[in-house]
Write a protein that binds this ligand. Sequence first.
Ligand code: PEP
Ligand code: MN
Length: 341
Amino acid sequence: MDIIVLQPDTPEENIRHILKKLESKGLKGTISQGTERTIIGVIGDTSRVTEEEEDAIRVMTGVENVVRILKPYKLASREFKKVNTEINVRGSIIGGKKIQVMAGPCAVENKTILMNIAERVKNSGATFLRGGAYKPRTSPYSFQGLGEEGLRYLAEAREKTGLPIVTEIMDPRDMDVIVKYADIIQIGTRNMQNFRLLLEVGSIDKPILLKRGLSATIKEWLMSAEYIMSRGNQNVMLCERGIRTFETATRNTLDLSAVPLLKQLTHLPVVVDPSHGVGKWDLVAPMAKAAVAAGADALMIEVHTNPEEALSDGEQSLRPDLFAKLMRELKPIAEAVGREI
Ligand code: PEP
Ligand code: MN
């Protein structure tokens, strides 16, 4: 038993009674109000619920049906929620008809560079500004990010351009400061299975962009989304950013088949990051176009005014003029698949 479908207009009192019943079995219910039906998602080890116990719930007042979800992820599954999740961030909807574009530098380097990049991407039609202030670098000797100073610059750039900001959290100890500034909090590839971190962002009230782990299967990735959702935060988007394969000619292998597959398996919005997916600036535009054709709800693209001097990921960053060209070229592709950009 994983979903309890309620009869229309079931009184509060009966719903409370059902929730109490679940609690007595060591389970928790989360209520999801649809346009036609209200359902209760049951969280916990539902495999221990016997058929008799399930039948006892089935006959409770207000219960229309009790359904088992076969997938190991429940709240994230399409079975649980048929309609696409739309995440509203300062009026921009992720998961709706319009494809959102999150653009900006890999890392916030200084105020002048960030402001320039933010204005350029805004003028080309980007709808979010991305930039890391806490950077997960492979080498401890590489630039690690500006920390709170970087977050302050992001907030100033938002003030100036109106673009909401996306930035990464690596450590729960930075939660308070990041929550203060960010509109969307990114969980990076290297932390996709940092379960304690996932639970922490599950209890806050900010949308989460969950990147796919370097070698994570789609099922593992959805289980990580489930960790976040199980704590109450239902505003999760999944970001495909390339996986490790035997191929070394590109930085990663961008798994675009994940996009239509995720659309079947989950109701959560799907973002594609071709920059980390390929690692080479001249391959970013074609893969961004392919991502839109495949059904992505949003793109994340690294842009830098001077890629040669960038403190991280310069080799995969687009110059602003090439980003502008890409934005123009994406329009007819979006239209061809019934979207707009
Ligand atoms: C990034 O977005 O700059 C980043 C570090 O991404 P990933 O976690 O996908 O490597
Ligand atoms: Mn990067």
